[in-house]
Ligand binder design. Structure first.
Ligand SMILES: [Zn+2]
Length: 453
């Protein structure tokens, strides 16, 4: 069956309230399975329902099951994962008075851009629960085409500490335990996000830091409820303290300066996954200096013409005027080298952007290649390592038998050029082919799709 015919069939299928269990055979495809193994030519992958059921050389594959997707000349990778986002979908009112304004359409356009760009999982690590948890419920009920959403709900911090405008503020473990219990019961966080950063670097003044024993107590409490944790840090000392306070992951790499050899060895020994988050810091100078990126197809799809115009004018001017823009431009190569060193030593990086769009995820991959990592390493960072970060590597993150069928079929080789992860032929999540014509993209689907064959 031609791919276009198959996609038309998938579009009809998507109209059904509960899509029927379907099977697909992706035949004669070059497989890059996400584990870091070498690419395997001429493989056949069978999906039945939500799961990958067989992965075999085509020569020994049995009769195809379900619809056949011709993988000849194409490349199959696991669905991409962004483990550090803050989903768009709310804003302060113009005067910064009153409660924030929730905009579900904006959230769902951002989610559409992720899935359109091959991201089948996102992790929201701090948001208004009315935004992120609402969309998580919509995603889980099948009401929207969206990446899988894992979310912290509110982040947790110490009064006056980093991120406290949108956080639950904890001063004392015993005294404030009821707030933690409420967070766990009402928000059902998939992962807890704490902040542990006194700032005092770049152009930022010093602020209050959460006491380390309190950090430890909160982490332990969530772990005892079966919930993993991630901690926002920006320097080596606080990263190390967060690790010894028991955190499961770090929400950022070290960015305040070059890491020591001791820290590199620590990250390799502990294998504490960290989100890479280069894109947020680099995005300011990129817009200031190279706004033409806004005209590339994935940005045209992800943002409306009016949004792109606002970025090109108002936002760009604001970034150009801000010292933070140029500070972060200076620090980006230092952070890239920190990531490269930790990964080279055996540490576990997972792709994160600290942004809210699919194109940002692809920018993160470019910046990781620019850091000196190979495309093969970057694909693992963008897939399996995201699942490791979440503690879900037994369920997702690679193209292996028994795992969830989150897959991206590419028209060009991503190992030859990481930008070929944008050459998407189709995206499958949970065994269902995404109907991209029905996605509520702010800019509408770009022309790049299905041009290859
Ligand atoms: Zn963040």
């Amino acid at each position: 069956m031609r791919l276009t015919t198959l996609l038309a069939a998938a579009a009809l299928l998507a109209l059904a309230v509960a899509p029927a269990r379907a099977a697909y055979t992706i035949s004669h495809v070059t497989l890059i399975d996400g584990t870091g193994a070498a690419a395997k030519p001429d493989m056949t992958v069978v999906v039945d329902g939500a799961r990958i059921v067989t992965v075999t050389p085509s020569a020994i594959a049995g009769a195809p099951r379900g619809a056949v997707i011709d993988g000849r000349g194409r490349f199959l990778i696991p669905g991409l994962m962004d483990v550090h986002i803050h989903l768009a979908g709310w804003r302060w009112d113009a005067k910064h008075e009153g409660p924030p304004v929730i905009d579900h359409a904006a959230a769902e356009a951002a989610l559409a851009s992720y899935i359109y760009d091959g991201f089948t999982t996102v992790v929201d690590v701090g948001n208004l629960p009315e935004n992120s948890l609402y969309e998580r419920a919509r995603e889980r009920s099948g009401a929207i085409q969206s990446p899988r959403i894992f979310a912290t709900g509110n982040l947790i911090t110490y009064p006056g500490s980093h991120g406290d405008a949108m956080a639950i503020r904890i001063t004392d473990f015993e005294k404030d335990k009821a707030l933690l219990d409420r967070h766990i019961a009402e928000q059902q966080p998939d992962i807890l996000k704490l902040t542990y950063d006194e700032e005092g670097w770049g152009t930022r003044p010093m602020i209050t830091l959460m006491p380390t024993p309190l950090l430890h107590q909160i982490i332990q409490y969530y772990n005892e409820h079966g919930i993993r944790t991630t901690v926002h840090i920006s320097n080596e000392r606080r990263a190390e303290e967060a690790i010894y306070a028991g955190t499961d992951t770090l929400a950022h790499p070290v960015i305040q300066g070059p890491v020591s050899d001791n820290f590199v060895r620590l990250m390799a020994a502990k294998k504490t996954p960290f989100a890479t988050t280069l894109t947020i810091g680099e995005s300011y100078s990129r817009l200031a200096e190279h706004p033409e990126y806004l005209d590339t197809p994935d940005y045209v799809a992800a943002f409306s013409p009016a949004e792109r115009e606002a970025m090109r004018t108002t936002t760009r001017a604001a970034y150009q005027a801000r010292t933070w823009t140029w500070w972060m431009k200076l620090m980006t190569p230092i952070c890239q080298e920190n990531i490269r060193k930790v990964v080279a030593a055996g540490g576990v990086a997972a792709l994160g952007t600290d942004q809210s769009s699919g194109p940002a995820g692809h920018r993160e991959m470019e910046l990781l290649v620019q850091a000196g990592l190979t495309p093969a390493q970057v694909i693992k960072i963008a897939t399996l390592n995201g699942a490791v970060f979440l503690g879900k590597a037994d369920q997702m993150g690679s193209v292996e038998e028994g795992k969830l069928a989150d897959l991206v079929l590419l028209n060009a080789d991503p190992l030859a050029d990481i930008d070929n992860t944008r050459a998407i032929a189709l995206v499958m999540k949970n065994g269902v082919i995404i109907d991209e014509a029905a996605l509520p993209l702010a800019g509408g689907p770009a022309k790049r799709r299905f041009n290859g064959r």
